[in-house]
Design a binder for this molecule. Structure first.
Ligand SMILES: [Zn+2]
Length: 380
């Protein structure tokens, strides 16, 4: 069922709209505590509103120039590189603070503010500089760092302390995708796809992707989204691995019925209120955000392997009845916490994935991602 068709008593759209709009009151001023996270706050709010069917491009058009000020360039090894910095008020000119994550959040914001289609959004961006930035973030082992260190000499180098898990590889590939790359040949102009695939293979563990040998739903979604965007690298991993991954993902949905009951009754992490929700790892409580990560992974794999996730009804029930705040708007992590912006956006994204209205790979409502996918075909 489309989100717009859900009864207003079960899904009070206006409450959710107000919830996201409250977060956008920070645009473009104040809220200094949240300064380093500002682009993330704006992106989650704008994406949330667009999932609700609200066109943000007109209402927040005046903020586009402010957002574009976050796009900065720097010199790196004789090349000009560009990206989005997390904050213009704490930015130091000689010390470029742009990162893969703030660049991805910045691009999502710009896409949500494009009027009259997305034909011109590349014109406002330093596409070549952004692609070169992504290129410089790749490490020798194929993984990615998110940012740079500036040395006393003024030279800048890829960060020596950033974590290099699959989240940054996802950000790197998504940025290149949004810049127009569509296959290994396109991506290969900026990054080594071969090394990236070696890195992704090294993160495969039995029935999903993760660090330290344990599959993790969030990292699995990152890896599968990367494969989906690269398009032509699926054969690098054997097909039984993907079948086991589907099985593992299906078993992450907590159920109080059937054979799962026997397993879950003896499990101290089992909570009857989690029925229908997804957990991120084995023996964990259900969590709104993992409903998105697991469902996105299942959606991607369902396009390639014959299988069908058919428990969308209890998933919606879990989100609408257990983690949604019908009073304040927004979604919480579980049935005990207060709503927060991250889980509100991911909760809505999970519902919209379930109703076929969301493109989980690039994390945008289909209404927006369709235009990007079409635009790139005409192409950069
Ligand atoms: Zn969560």
């Amino acid at each position: 069922m489309a989100l717009a068709d859900i009864d207003a008593k079960r899904f009070p759209v206006q409450k959710h709209q107000k919830y996201f709009e409250r977060h956008l009151l920070i645009l473009p001023s104040k809220y200094q505590d949240n300064e380093p996270n500002k682009l993330a706050i704006v992106a989650y709010s704008l994406i949330g509103l667009n999932i609700l069917g609200i066109d943000t491009s007109k209402k927040y058009q005046n903020s586009k120039a402010w957002l574009l000020k976050h796009q900065q360039c720097a010199r790196y090894d004789g090349f000009s590189i560009a990206g989005f910095i997390p904050s213009i008020s704490i930015h130091i000119e000689e010390n470029p603070s742009f990162s893969l994550m703030s660049t991805l959040f910045g691009l999502w914001c710009i896409i949500c503010l494009e009027e009259d289609g997305l034909d011109s959004y590349h014109e406002e961006l330093d596409v070549a500089g952004i692609c070169r930035f992504v290129s410089k973030c790749q490490s020798e082992n194929g993984s990615f760092v998110s940012s740079f260190d500036t040395l006393a000499s003024g030279r800048i180098l890829a960060s020596s302390i950033d974590p290099t898990d699959l989240r940054y590889a996802y950000a790197a590939v998504t940025i290149l995708y949004l810049m127009g790359c569509r296959n290994t040949q396109d991506f290969g102009r900026y990054i080594s796809v071969e090394k990236l695939m070696v890195f992704i293979n090294a993160q495969a563990c039995g029935s999903g992707f993760g660090q330290y040998g344990e599959p993790h739903a969030g990292l699995t979604s990152c890896a599968l989204s990367i494969l989906d965007m690269l398009g032509d690298q699926w054969s690098t991993l054997p097909s039984p691995f993907f079948e086991r991954t589907i099985d593992w993902l299906l078993h992450r949905q907590v159920s109080s019925q059937g054979s799962m009951t026997l397993m879950t009754n003896s499990n101290e992490c089992y909570d009857i209120d989690d029925h229908g929700g997804f957990q991120g790892r084995e023996n964990k409580f259900a969590d709104t955000c993992y409903c998105f990560w697991c469902l996105n992974s299942l959606n991607i794999l369902q396009k390639r392997i014959e299988t069908k996730f058919d428990r969308g009804d209890i998933l919606s029930e879990y989100l609408l009845e257990k983690t949604q705040s019908k009073l304040l708007g927004g979604f919480a992590k579980n049935n005990e916490n207060d709503p927060d912006l991250y889980h509100s956006c991911l909760g809505l994204a999970a519902l919209a994935l379930n109703s076929g209205e969301f493109d989980g790979t690039v994390f945008l409502p289909k209404r927006l991602s369709r235009r990007i996918r079409m635009e790139a075909e005409v192409g950069t």
